[in-house]
Design a protein around this ligand. Sequence first.
Ligand code: MN
Length: 206
Amino acid sequence: MKYKLPKLPYAYNALEPYIDARTMEIHYTRHHQAYTNKLNEALEKHPETAERPIEELLANLDAVPEDIRASVRNYGGGYWNHSFFWAVMGPADANATAGPSGVMNDAIDKTFGNFPSFKEEFTKTASGLFGSGWTWLVLDENGKLAITSTLNQDSPLTKHQKPLLCLDVWEHAYYLKYQNRRQEYIENWWNVVDWAAVGKNWAPGN
Ligand code: MN
């Protein structure tokens, strides 16, 4: 099986003005495509690995043949992380501004105090990440909501955490529009978070 780019659920310009169309297009057609191609190249060397879902490979990296382990970690992580990232964003609307609802909202209040405190902590974590990586809201190994960062293209799946929301804080995700202003990118990004999608990721059984 060969991995293909997942269809982007919206147009390149759908997240404007917070994420510009040019950045979306390059990010998706070049960066995400490159991770996908390199993942496929690695898996070709061990066809049996291509039969297993990428989530399973990332969750059991030690079981991946050593000569492709770093490629699966980096390119498989890049493939999966970006696929997940596109799906937790959507055009800015009242839903994004209002934040999570229902049980997801209750869980965020219980863990972080309230929604603004959660946003503040997540923003602080993402802006403080040194180098390239991702910031996540996950259910951790104990099933508790937690904010965490991963370096490079590492995946929370490798730590047996369940990802709910993520933010790409590699410079390629924001540099064209924001240059070195990562904090501004993060603050604007909140406008395009699709909380309905995050709620579905959280729902037990998913
Ligand atoms: Mn990226």
